[in-house]
Ligand binder design. Sequence first.
Ligand code: GAP
Length: 512
Amino acid sequence: MTQDELFKVLVAHCKEYGFIFPSSEIYDGLAAVYDYGQMGVQLKNNIKNYWWEAMTRLNENIVGIDSAIFMHPRIWEASGHVGAFNDPLIDNKDSKKRYRADVLIEDYLGKIEEKIEKEVAKGRKKFGEAFDEAQFRATNPNVLREKAKWDEVHNRYVAAEKANDFAEYRQIIIDCGIVCPISGTCNWTEVRQFNLMFSTSMGSTADGANLIYLRPETAQGIFVNYLNVQKTGRMKIPFGIAQIGKAFRNEIVARQFIFRMREFEQMEMQFFIKPGTELDWFKKWKETRMKWHVNLGMGADNYRFHDHEKLAHYANAATDIEFNFPFGFKELEGIHSRTNFDLGNHQKFSGKKIEYFDPEENTSYTPYVIETSIGVDRMVLAVLSHSYTVEPLENGEERVVMRIPAPLAPIKVAVMPLVKKDGLPELAQKVVDELKYDFSYQYDEKDSIGKRYRRQDAIGTPFCVTVDHDSLVDGCVTVRERDTMKQERVKIEDLRAMIEKKVSLTNLLRNL
Ligand code: GAP
């Protein structure tokens, strides 16, 4: 199965098992908007808890807030979003379809990279043990030809991006022969800027309604509360403010399922520091955030940093943590050194002094900021795409198992009476009563045990507990583990501790 096909299968699986549904489905859906189902919401909440506790509980100097989605419209002028939160769009005149010009070019570059990797894979297969990859990349004519093409287009693209030269974007698209996938033609319009903020109006028109925006990031709710939190919390620099909440962007090209949505959720933390210390803190937060990801056990090789070549005018360092999604390494989280741009501008636009008095140095300054910003939905997609596994079974059948890191699994334990009679359901209910205060669970007495195991594998439940006739006599149950499918007899009173060891968020946090 190609990665593309696998991704389609994953999307279908997410719907079939109650993780994610297209929004407004009975009205044929709403583009790039999704709803979380009964499994998805629990996975999402577990991810949010892991982040929230890691930020606000493990760091004495980080506190959390929950600011409103609606904010004063001047905030978005001060932040630069009204003037500059734009994407370059281009239309195909024949299909009337709209694309992001930069994405068309990046996809083209991605295809060249794929060709190079295919050549390298062919070489590896041909030469076996004797394969010297570095030498192959440096000498193989096909690789060299594709690499030269990649370099030329990439250099032009980076220069155009730096200069905000949209005519050059269009020229690159035409010179590379990039066609619209629908019409197959190269009949493109000029490239135009498109602001990504959604707007609405507050108050009735008779009152003189105000144009307001749905926030495109949660960060500004933190900046405008800097003084409130610093004063009421008696916070001393360095300190951080964390927030989880919805953000909205009118993405031109929304695709790849929940990777790029129009309504999504962010987990953002702004860390306020003394000017001049930002590069040290930037390094520290890069390490801390990478550790948070790797701690989930989804493979350190599946993450990498991508340092930004082009920095926003207010940033002096920026990197992405990229994850190996089914469609390649893509941004999962951003870490930015934002200087004092935001606080400085809010000071200017609001007329309120936003400074920190440093009692040790007896001076006041506008703090600098390191920001960590991760999309909840992208994190859900990273977990789901990494977890989806199809495995052959000894009996020749297959099982689909979601190897979700156990502390994030929506359901931690399934309790099943072997049969629906002989007092087994009653004992199973007692087991449920023993476990339900600590773990999310499902009680299942329908179909064969094999079918019940398959259902739990498909949603990633780490443990299945079966109550059988022996249980009535010896007070033990059979515990079957999701990944190894190993079974062992465990005393009912020991169940809680056994499950806790593997699924506990506390243990996950302790490893950080
Ligand atoms: N405050 C900084 C900020 O918003 P960003 O790189 O635009 O930075 C941060 O967004 C993170 O939010 C991204 O790394 C990504 O995980 C998530 N994100 C951004 N746009 C998204 C979208 N349209 N759909 C889903 N997640 C998105």
